[in-house]
Write a protein that binds this ligand. Sequence first.
Ligand code: B12
Length: 213
Amino acid sequence: MENDKRASMDFENALINVDRIAAEDVIKKALHVGEGDVFRVIDTIISPALESIGSKWEAGDIALSQEYMASKITEELTNKMLPIESPQRSSRPSIGITTLKDQHMLGKQILKALISSNGFNLIDYGCMAIENIKEKLKTDNIEVLFVSTLMLNQALTVKEITEFIEQEKIGTKVIVGGAPFLFDEGLWKEVKASAMARTAVEGIHISQRLMGE
Ligand code: B12
């Protein structure tokens, strides 16, 4: 327990210093000690470090570039120990992500790295048109769809997706985030989303709750 805490702090420091080699070292050691239990390493070392980094960015203690690089490095390391196509990952719940037609990509990249770092089976729909997303929802068995949109006009179109899910009884939960939802606290309800999140970390917690994890 104490060892995990120390390892998580070492991992966090390595990420904040953008030191990929030191970060990988912490994970390699932890996998060795923990007999290769990837999900234990994710839960006890990686997730707490990323949460702490997320809070530091929100508090203005670190730069956006540091949060971004931390997410990128962690995503790479997690994908190395838990390849995208591994059965361990594909048997986990599927989370889809999209910005709809929005070109603002930064928030989505951070979110994507976090979902992947938590070992979920991630399907990236990029900035796909709504009609195509509807088709994917029918076939991909997505438990939670994350929509990150920073433009109000795009945010309003989320309702088309949620109403489609309702009509077709697909059961996918939709979590929204990004500027319009931060500016107007009631907007997520207006577009019939299941929830909104202020940060990527909050989104992961909400999705875990919605999936009963
Ligand atoms: C950087 C930026 C740009 C960059 C984008 C670069 C890129 N490749 O991503 C550039 C310069 C290209 C750009 C262009 C435009 N932009 Co701009 N942009 C911004 C700005 C300043 C910051 C966005 C950002 O990257 N933030 C950093 C990231 C990390 O934060 P984030 O996205 O909020 O994500 C965090 C959380 O919100 C959360 N999150 C986000 N989404 C989700 C989703 C889920 C499910 C969850 C759980 C969490 C979550 O997680 C992230 C990390 O914790 C915002 C201002 C703002 N307040 O957001 C304006 C803003 C979004 N832009 C705006 C506008 C108007 C435009 C343009 C139309 C400008 C123009 N006239 O051309 C274009 C349109 C581009 C397009 N078609 O999509 C407006 C939108 C207003 C509106 N009512 O719709 C804003 C709000 C500025 C403003 N106050 O007017 N923009």
